[in-house]
Design a protein around this ligand. Structure first.
Ligand code: ZN
Length: 113
């Protein structure tokens, strides 16, 4: 991502690998017909030029489950010039964790019992 520092107007380029992208579920709601989750993470960054701190908030709303319904990136002081492709990154990560959790049973070992 690229952001412009509010203090010195310098441009900063941050690789997506430099972000933690450690999303937490902010809240989830469940009902008869609808359920969904709001994920968010706050990344603390500082300007490489003047050292001014800023924080970037990345948010994803999942509704219905499994769908990327809405996403938003915001920064407190500076200005986002180029947003990172964090949404695709999030879903790749999310589905990998999910797949691990629901690991397929080893059918051969069950049959051979
Ligand atoms: Zn700066």
């Amino acid at each position: 991502m690229v952001f412009k520092c509010a203090n010195c107007q310098g441009r900063n380029s941050i690789y997506i690998s430099e972000l933690s992208l450690n999303f937490d579920a902010v809240n989830s709601h469940e009902g008869a017909m609808r359920s969904g989750t709001h994920y968010g993470v706050i990344e603390e960054l500082s300007c490489g030029n003047c050292g001014e701190d800023c924080s970037v908030t990345l948010e994803i709303w999942e509704y219905p489950i499994g769908a990327d319904n809405q996403n938003e990136i915001s920064i407190d002081k500076s200005e986002i010039i180029e947003a990172p492709d964090y949404v695709e990154n999030f879903w790749n990560q999310y589905h990998r964790v999910w797949d691990d959790y629901y690991e397929e049973p080893d059918l051969d070992s069950i049959r051979n019992r």
